[in-house]
Design a protein around this ligand. Structure first.
Ligand SMILES: Cc1ncc(COP(=O)(O)O)c(C=O)c1O
Length: 286
């Protein structure tokens, strides 16, 4: 008797779509250059990277330079949590997240707790929905970040992110809101302005049969090109609304070394999404 296998774990990852493989091949063979360099291989890689950035930005309703590519969802979540926590640490050391977050968020929060931050875990109901009253109660003037996932990876609950943002901003307009949208790609609306979030982590391999490579996008303040760099390194101690203008930021050698991490921050937003390798596959499908 013929045995057939069926794969039912697409929420964990998907097999690569042949179109994704085809789209990636040029970047693994001929366009392998460092996109920051000046020779032909590099310029082709740069073109692909820029294209991917524009595509991802369009999906999110964001600016291309707000996108910073990362290695995956875990790195993006860590970037969001640790970046905001350290960048805003002079304003407050309190972070709020939900009890049903992915370990990428929960472990990052635990680590921050070990490093002296206060973390509040907001409970959820039987269906996994975040308790909005408890969330409101948890926010204090010292709360710099709230992280609530968009779609849960175990039970599939879709959290009311627009409501979460409303509740948080009512209590403290300076608190940044991050959502882990790793399970939402390809299934739910992702426009950051509609959601109202300040940071969003996205991975494309879970739901959309795209390349598994990921990226991070970030913008931190309209007046500062470099505030996203500061968010990444946690070196910006200033309150985001008062971060100084570009000219006032100290130069950091790392800011310009990795083109894949480059960004032109304009607001406290960060999104993770697919890399240039899936650019063609993304076309018309995101
Ligand atoms: C909701 C959620 N967040 C974060 C992650 C971590 O993503 P990655 O495996 O790309 O690090 C996952 C992985 O499945 C996830 O489902």
């Amino acid at each position: 008797m013929e045995q057939r296998r069926a794969y039912f774990d697409h929420a964990a990852t998907t097999p690569p779509d042949p179109r994704v493989i085809e789209a990636m091949l040029p970047y693994l063979t001929t366009h392998w250059g460092n996109p920051s360099s000046i020779y032909d291989e590099a310029r082709q890689a740069r073109k692909g990277l820029d294209w991917a950035r524009r595509t991802v930005a369009a999906v999110l309703g964001a600016k291309p330079n707000d996108i910073v590519f990362t290695s995956g969802g875990t790195e993006s979540d860590n970037l969001a949590l640790r970046g905001v926590a350290y960048a805003s640490r002079q304003r407050g050391r309190h972070i709020v997240t939900s009890a049903i977050e992915h370990h990428a968020v929960l472990h990052a929060a635990e680590r921050l707790e070990q490093e002296g931050f206060r973390v509040t875990l907001v409970p959820v109901d039987r269906q996994g929905f975040v308790d909005l009253d408890a969330l409101a109660e948890a926010i204090t003037p010292e709360t710099t970040l709230v992280s609530v996932m968009y779609a849960n990876n175990e039970v599939g609950t879709i959290e009311p992110i627009v409501e979460v943002v409303r509740v948080v901003k009512q209590r403290n307009p300076h608190t940044a809101v991050h959502t882990d949208a790793v399970q939402a790609a390809g299934a739910l609306p992702l426009e950051v302005d509609t959601l109202g979030v300040d940071l969003l982590s996205l991975r494309t391999s879970c739901t959309a049969r795209r390349a598994s490579a990921c990226s991070t996008f970030g913008r931190a303040h309209r007046s500062s090109r470099r505030s996203w760099g500061a968010l990444r390194s946690g070196t910006a101690a200033q309150e985001p609304r008062t971060w100084p203008a570009l000219s006032a930021w100290p130069r950091r050698s790392s800011w310009r070394t990795k083109s894949s991490m480059r960004g032109t921050p304009t607001a406290a937003r960060c999104v993770t999404s697919c890399s240039m390798s899936c650019r063609r596959a993304c076309e018309g499908r995101m």
